[in-house]
Design a protein. Structure first.
Lengths: 506, 344
């Protein structure tokens, strides 16, 4: 099937005709994405019996719409409550929550929604036309390159540590230690599990995330009356103000476009995901920013970059399934179950036997993002009111909802205890000035770096020089070195120049 | 008006699927567990939903085969099915969790007799086949295969071995305790060449590594290659004969191509149950066995299996004696290659 304007229009109308399915899927996705632990993957598994009885095109449309919307939803609690709904929204808390505390929640939400929707639209459009080329990314980015990409994300710890170097690095190292728990990747030998079976597969991300962010935040929250220091009237914008907030967010178009493409590429890579994409995008936005010192204080580009990236990942994870026949992530794996159940071939054969279905999946994503465009106006206006709800109502609700969320992904009661334990760790960390995001980065990226590193060593006979054996890898190493070395040099130079100018004045 | 997309019809009519496979609850393990046990059908057994424990992740081969089986099983056993996925530590997590379930025959394990039996033999789990778990029904068996991606320079198994004589050849495998891993180690041992096994932690990432040429080749159960179609070129099969030559590039058996004497290596799916339940509730176990056998004899089962992309040649119905014998042969192999597989 050739992708000409007529075909595209046909695909578009067909996807649009499923509005009755896309709108509820978007609503469910936003809601579930906003509750830590539920997210797209778990919600889709819960709804699998329902999707299995749909026709296959309806089932896939429902799933992709829900999947995309959950990434948008994940940013809402990250901004309003300092609790990321998904791992991909963890980086959003760094600047989103400070904006909320300053009474700018509506503006932060508008930035997040615009970045998510525009990022999703851009990457869905790119994927539609460049799918065969995108599928080639995996041929060039392998374990060696993945080690460097993960290090880009890990470098964010150094950025966080910039405010208090020692505490930042201790928090990052602590996170990496926690991430090392579980069975080793090669021989499956348990390490640091204390005999707890639930830790054999490593520290579970969702309970860790819920504990570090949600439980600890609920405890800290109780020390003040409301999240925002302002009243309801001040945090709730008028309709024209909401509209202005939305239009204002488009000023970050370049950051949104670049970060979403970064997310798309990372999403295509096996083993990578929204968390990595968001951390890397945040770090890159900071590196290329003229005001990197504002990151972490409620800076606008620091919200749009991770949100655009984690929505770019959504289409990326479908590329391996559609182009090669191998699911690129857990949500794609569930989609494969549906295709298998309906006897529909996947991979390149899907484009031969069911081209409308194959391209229709991507077009459905595009259309789902269009529908989200409409939903964001009321959400950007009213959701910010959460920040002025009394914390003695909010805190118990957060604890109750998120503890259920900790239980849902694996169905282990122990995961609730793990979430509480991480909650205590998070509370102590917050009260003593250690950054919980640095701990979480270590927990998420530690096992992934270890896996890629061990695979590289295994493939190259334990030769450490193999890490520098790939041209793309070497370019990435160079960029990594630059991103670590240049900012302090430029900062020092700017500082000297400022001092010299001040001296000239006097 | 746009032309509507015409999906392939489902293997079973939807209404029947809803009735038979517990569509309302299957897969929703978390919510189901929160909500408590399911409702009874007013019969002695099963008096509640049947829980299916899968020691690997959602969307994998075990998930595919278990779902295919339950599509038909629901017609022979009047209950709903709840799926639970417990991947981790080469299957150990799933087995440990299964052992913690109430041993009343309302919970069954969908096992992969190849890798999981090897894992139980190599890892200190404390779970012993026969003493703690009994495999009561074998459903499918498939041989292991060596294969490469479409862009690989290797055209035949001889070509691959020739390369292995010059340098260590890398092989992506799902995990070290696996029949495919044993096959490659045995091949290397017989020919005096080195195959470096690279465990990717699952069939999908292993396949991806071979297709993207990160490794030289891949060793997995042969169905993976059939599902991948032209993304995989099979070089050899660890069996006495290739059961599906048309779907696997008419690949030769390893022994025929290289003159080796490696025992047939296969992976069999089987239903397992607690030994305690087996002893305490023989009548319940008999109901399970009878309904499983009826499922395998059901003319609709091969259609459902074909619908998932698995050739019917791999349907390998075997009773408890057959399943336990398969498990025992895997234990023997695991003991032989213990050092290489465990790194000890």
């Amino acid at each position: 099937m050739e992708l000409n304007p007529a075909t595209l229009l046909e695909l578009f109308w067909h996807s649009l005709s499923m509005w009755w399915l896309i709108i509820p899927a978007v609503m469910i996705g936003i809601l579930m994405g906003a509750i830590p632990g539920f997210a797209a993957h778990n919600t889709i598994i819960m709804l699998l019996p329902l999707t299995l009885v749909f026709d296959v095109d309806l089932a896939l449309t429902f799933m992709v719409a829900l999947y995309c919307a959950s990434h948008l939803g994940g940013g809402i609690p990250a901004i309003l409550l300092n609790i990321p709904g998904t791992g991909g929204a963890a980086a959003t808390t760094l600047d989103g929550y400070p904006m909320s505390r300053a009474g700018l929640a509506a503006k932060a939400l508008a930035l997040s929604f615009v970045a998510s929707v525009v990022g999703g639209l851009i990457t869905a459009g790119i994927t539609l036309f460049l799918l065969p080329f995108l599928s080639q990314v995996g041929f060039h980015i392998r374990s060696v390159e993945m080690v460097v990409i993960m290090l880009f994300g890990l470098a964010l710890i150094a950025a966080i540590a910039a405010q208090d170097m020692l505490k930042g690095l201790i928090a990052g190292a602590f996170g990496l230690m926690l991430g090392a728990m579980g069975a080793d990747h090669i021989y499956a030998t348990p390490r640091g599990t204390f005999g707890i079976l639930e830790l054999f597969d490593g520290v579970p991300l969702v309970p860790a995330l819920i504990g570090l962010f949600a439980i600890s935040e609920a405890l800290v929250m109780l020390e003040r009356r409301t999240i925002a220091k302002t009243n309801a009237a001040q945090v709730t914008p008028t309709w024209p103000q909401s509209l202005r907030n939305i239009f204002h967010a488009f000023k970050h178009g370049w950051t949104i476009a670049w970060s979403s493409v970064l997310g798309l590429v990372i999403g295509v890579l096996p083993g990578a995901g929204a968390s990595i994409a968001a951390f890397v995008a945040y770090q890159q936005a900071r590196i290329f920013s003229k005001t990197p010192e504002k990151f972490g204080t409620g800076h606008e580009p620091a919200i749009v970059a991770p949100e655009a990236a984690n929505n770019g990942v959504t289409t990326g994870t479908l590329v391996p399934l559609l182009a090669i026949g191998i699911p690129g992530g857990s949500t794609a794996a569930v989609m494969m179950v549906v295709l298998q159940y309906h006897g529909v071939p996947f991979g390149p054969r899907l484009f031969i036997t069911e081209p409308l279905l194959a391209y229709g999946v991507i077009m459905s994503m595009f259309v789902a993002y269009l529908f989200m465009l409409v939903t964001m106006f009321p959400m950007a206006r009213y959701l910010s009111r959460i920040t002025v709800v009394a914390t003695y109502y909010m805190a118990p609700l957060i604890v109750a909802f998120t503890l259920v969320g900790a239980f849902v992904p694996r169905g282990f009661m122990t995961d609730i205890a793990i979430a509480v334990a991480f909650g205590v760790i998070g509370y102590v960390a917050r009260k003593t000035g250690y950054h919980v995001a640095a701990i979480l980065i270590g927990v998420i990226l530690g096992p992934l770096i270890e896996r890629s590193f061990l695979l590289t060593m295994r493939i190259h006979g334990n030769d450490l020089m193999a890490l520098f054996s790939s041209p793309i890898g070497n370019v990435l190493w160079g960029l990594l070195a630059l991103t670590l070395i240049l900012p302090p040099i430029l900062h020092r130079r700017a500082h000297r120049r400022g001092k010299a100018e001040a001296d000239d004045v006097y | 008006m746009p032309k509507p997309i015409r999906p392939t019809p489902p293997a079973l009519p939807r209404r029947r699927f809803l009735q038979s496979s517990g569509a309302v609850v299957a897969g929703a393990a978390g919510l189901a567990a929160l909500a408590g046990p399911g409702t009874a059908f007013g019969q002695a057994f099963p008096s509640r939903n049947l829980e299916i424990v899968i020691p690997t992740g959602v969307g994998g081969g075990a998930d595919r085969d278990a779902r295919a089986f339950t599509q038909v099983w629901g017609r022979h056993l009047d209950t709903n099915f709840e799926f639970g996925y417990y991947p981790g530590a080469a299957g150990q997590v799933g087995y440990e969790f299964y052992m913690n379930r109430e041993p009343d025959a309302h919970s069954v394990l969908f096992a992969n007799l190849g890798p999981e039996v090897i894992m139980l033999e190599l890892q200190d789990t404390g779970i012993e086949i026969g003493r703690d778990i009994v495999y009561i029904q074998q459903t499918l068996s498939e041989p292991m295969a060596v294969w490469v991606g479409p862009n690989s320079p290797f055209r035949s198994i001889e070509h691959l071995v020739e390369e292995a004589r010059r340098r260590p050849v890398t092989v992506s495998v799902s995990r070290l305790p696996h029949p495919a891993s044993i096959g490659m180690l045995a091949l290397g041992e017989e020919l005096g060449v080195e195959f470096v096994l690279v465990p990717y932690g699952g069939g999908n990432p292993s396949a991806m590594a071979a297709i993207t040429l990160e490794v030289d080749c891949c060793a997995l159960p042969i169905t993976n290659t059939i599902v991948l179609d032209d993304q995989a070129r099979v070089l050899g099969v660890f069996a006495d004969g290739n059961p599906t030559p048309a779907e696997t590039d008419d690949a030769p058996t390893i022994n025929a191509a290289l003159g080796t004497a490696i025992p047939p290596l296969s992976s069999s799916r089987a239903w397992g149950i607690h030994r305690a339940a087996y002893d305490a509730y023989p009548e319940r176990v008999q109901i399970l066995k009878d309904s499983m056998a009826a499922t395998l004899a059901d003319p609709e089962y091969p259609d459902v299996v074909t619908g998932t992309g698995v050739p019917t040649a791999f349907i390998d119905a075997g009773d408890e004696a057959v399943a336990m014998a398969t498990a025992e042969s895997m234990r023997t192999l695991a003991r032989r290659f213990r050092t290489l597989l465990s790194g000890s």
